[in-house]
Design a protein around this ligand. Structure first.
Ligand code: GLA
Length: 726
């Protein structure tokens, strides 16, 4: 049993294979957090200490006991107005802007199976794989009832959390702040690991000590953003890839978010993750329920590698869905960097011809095929095929691409509108803009108001019309700006718009995946601006970055790997010098780097030499050989591309017999010392054969002393070795 309830229904213990999470409704009905970490039995209530502290507020029920203060005690779901002056998880407003709530224990239920969330993505599990614990808290003044949801995946050491808030009063209340997960630590020192970035350089690794201040990450862009990924890790100062304690929180949501960690006056750390509070103030009428998005939590006592493996597996098997979840994805050729928007039907067919010749599986027609769309100033919103530009019907193009033995994919950007479009001329109020102000532009486009059902319905219908022309095997769902001016013409309250927008997006995606169950959907937002577990529930892969330079990609993919599996990382080979940063890299290096994602090409093969085309043909074939291992194997970060001489990573099959080592050299020097790469995850005591050279190595030596790298000659050389257990 993952969930255990003791002490008369007041002590709750969640156990996973290697971890324990415990909380208790104390004598005042306050739900105190007792413990999260390495698995252990028994009650951890002994960890609580009580002292009369200066300036510590005491709840009224404590009477004259000045040692009981919520400003000091570790809590499961701290509320605004109880004397806890740290950051609350819940802040409610009611009446004449009164702030305050005080949630006390009111009951619990334990259920088989993993809970789901209405209108929102959530981790799912097969029968017998999970349990749900619901703890109900009720406000002492009868304002609201809160249900804390806990889901457990014991095998993966995963605990999920979400919160439902129901208005049980007779008047409107407002949610001003809601964190889906709060984690209080009574002691310990930690580092905070976060993933910051920008367009074309997402998910850079950053590690800073948690100090006596609140360190916050988040997004106020209406999307999860390039700037911070909705994922964070607390790690012991000595924690490495292979040893030490670490905790993670990952948001299953694609809109604005907030994450924080900080130490209080008594050196106690609080970590939180939930919805962005800015431009959020959610009205709840009597009886209405608000659902806070889910947070995935995990703990590892074996370092960051194990933590990532569990998170990757959770995303791969319990977040991603549909036919493509477990399947190796088609190797594709995308038209974007080949033609941008300057193409006609013949160009696309020529690309398809090349793709087929080089052994690829799919041709993707990117931006520029619809409305009036020859550059990025017009056309978005007009989802009808530009037959004049294509020189025929979409149906015909698809027919010919399929005839070449390829699948066919199409780019769409459903949430956007250009002012220069028929749709905008007809429905200017469908775009987000604040009345009396000129709309803020981003890439010359405005955001459609997806908090309105009629807008979602209209775009859905018009895109389906195109998708129904013939079998479209794949769509790339793009989103190319942030939401700057939040206003919906029809919303009952502007404080709900950003959240309702995301519900509209998810509704569209859900309908799309149900209507086209065989279609593969790839998420995208100017590359990896919406790379989150929420999107992955609908789109099992996401274009990881608009930056296709292999060397920058090493960092981007390294950062991404902390929370996400390689099977969802959109990665393509493009030309050299690279079109984003001008860097020159060998084709082999580009191939090896992109192979560790979903794999494809983003170039015009016609412009390449016969030699390069031959190399691509070999690359595609190679990738097909190792695709299963990359898609379903365990991923190990062997070095960091942020500070090493070489970036090295590895895939190991579930049974440990098949290994793919990848190394890219980052530095060259004369007469250089030898670099040894230490492998991980091999079967101790076994031996492994290098498939190409035939040489056999003892597993333990490969893991302990490493494999000497050949002296690099020339910049950014790369190496890929497949080992098989002997
Ligand atoms: C975004 C995407 C690119 C490409 C363009 C098309 O930037 O990330 O891959 O699809 O849009 O406009």
């Amino acid at each position: 049993m993952a969930v255990q309830v003791q002490e008369n229904g007041r002590l709750f213990t969640i156990s996973t294979k290697n971890t324990t999470y415990q909380m208790k409704a104390d004598r005042y009905g306050v739900l105190l957090h007792l413990y999260y970490g390495r698995r252990c039995e028994g009650s951890m209530e002994y960890l609580l200490t009580y002292a009369d502290r200066g300036y510590a507020a005491n709840i009224n029920d404590a009477g004259s006991d000045r040692t009981y203060s919520l400003d000091v005690l570790p809590q499961e779901f701290p509320c605004d107005g109880t004397g806890d002056m740290r950051s609350p998880a819940l802040s409610l407003e009611y009446g004449n802007r009164i702030r305050g709530c005080d949630m006390r224990f009111a009951g619990y239920t334990v259920r088989e199976g993993k809970y789901g969330l209405k209108g929102l993505p959530a981790v799912y599990a097969e029968e017998g794989e999970s349990q749900t614990l619901e703890i109900v808290l009720r406000d002492t003044a009868g304002l609201a009832e809160v249900t804390l949801l806990y889901g457990v995946l014991p095998e993966l050491d995963i605990i999920t959390r979400s919160v439902l808030v129901r208005n049980i009063s007779e008047n409107e209340i407002r949610i001003e702040k809601i964190m889906s997960a709060n984690l209080d630590f009574v002691g310990g020192r930690y580092d905070l690991i976060t993933f910051y970035g920008r367009h074309c350089m997402e998910r850079n690794f950053q590690r800073t000590p948690v100090a006596h201040m609140e360190q916050c990450i988040g997004s106020r862009r209406g999307t999860s953003s390039h700037q911070f990924n909705p994922m964070m890790i607390l790690a012991g100062p000595d924690t490495t890839e292979t040893a030490g304690s670490c905790y993670s929180m990952q948001f299953v949501y694609s809109g604005g978010f907030s994450g924080s960690a900080g130490m209080d006056q008594y050196d106690q750390t609080r970590m939180q993750m939930g919805l962005m509070t800015e431009k959020f103030s959610y009205p709840l009428m009597p009886g209405e329920v608000f659902t806070a998005p889910e947070v995935i939590m995990s703990y590892s006592a074996q370092g960051l590698g194990t933590l990532s493996n569990n998170l990757q597996e959770c995303i791969r098997k319990h977040v991603c869905r549909g036919k493509w979840r477990d399947k190796v994805r088609p190797v594709l050729l995308n038209s974007w960097e080949a033609y941008y928007m300057d193409f006609d039907g013949a160009d696309i067919l020529a690309l398809a011809e090349q793709a087929a010749e080089l052994g690829m599986d799919m041709l993707v027609l990117d931006d520029g095929w619809f409305g009036k769309r020859d550059d990025d100033t017009s056309g978005l919103g007009d989802w009808y095929v530009n037959e004049e530009k294509l020189g025929g019907k979409m149906k015909e193009l698809i027919y010919w691409v399929h005839r070449k033995g390829l699948k066919f994919g199409l780019w769409i950007e459903p949430e956007m509108i250009n002012e220069d479009s028929d749709l905008y001329r007809e429905h200017p109020d469908w775009a987000m803009a604040i009345p009396g102000r000129k709309p803020v532009r981003g890439r010359m486009q405005l955001v459609l108001d997806f908090s309105r059902k009629e807008v979602v319905d209209y775009v859905f219908e018009s895109i389906c019309k195109v998708l129904d022309e013939d079998t479209i095997d794949y769509v790339k769902w793009d989103y190319n700006r942030s939401i700057a001016d939040v206003y919906s013409h029809t919303a009952s309250d502007q404080g709900r718009v950003l959240y309702d927008y995301i519900l509209g997006l998810y509704d569209f995606l859900e309908r799309l995946s149900q209507r086209y169950p065989d279609m593969l959907i790839e998420g995208c937002s100017g590359g990896g601006g919406r790379f989150d577990a929420g999107m992955l529930y609908y789109t099992p892969q996401i274009w990881c970055s608009d930056n296709t330079d292999a060397i920058d990609r090493l960092r981007i993919q390294y950062g991404t790997s902390f929370g996400y599996p390689a099977s969802c990382v959109g990665a393509h080979v493009s030309v050299s010098p690279n079109e984003q940063n001008g860097r020159v890299t060998p084709l082999k290096t580009r191939g090896i780097t992109a192979m560790s994602g979903t794999f494809g090409y983003e170039l015009n093969p016609e412009k390449l030499s016969a030699e390069e085309k031959n190399e691509i043909r070999t690359q595609v074939a190679r990738r097909k050989e190792v695709a299963e291992l990359i898609h379903n194997g365990k991923y190990y970060r062997l070095t960091s591309p942020f500070d090493g001489e070489a970036a090295a990573w590895e895939f190991v099959s579930e049974d440990g017999t098949d290994v793919l080592l990848n190394v890219v050299n980052l530095e060259i020097h004369g007469n250089r010392p030898v670099t040894y790469i230490r492998l991980q995850g091999l079967s101790s005591g076994a031996a492994y054969r290098d498939e190409e050279s035939g040489r056999v190595y003892p597993a333990d030596a490969l893991m302990e002393a490493g494999l000497p790298m050949p002296a690099p000659f020339g910049e950014y050389g790369a190496l890929q070795i497949r080992f098989k257990m002997v």
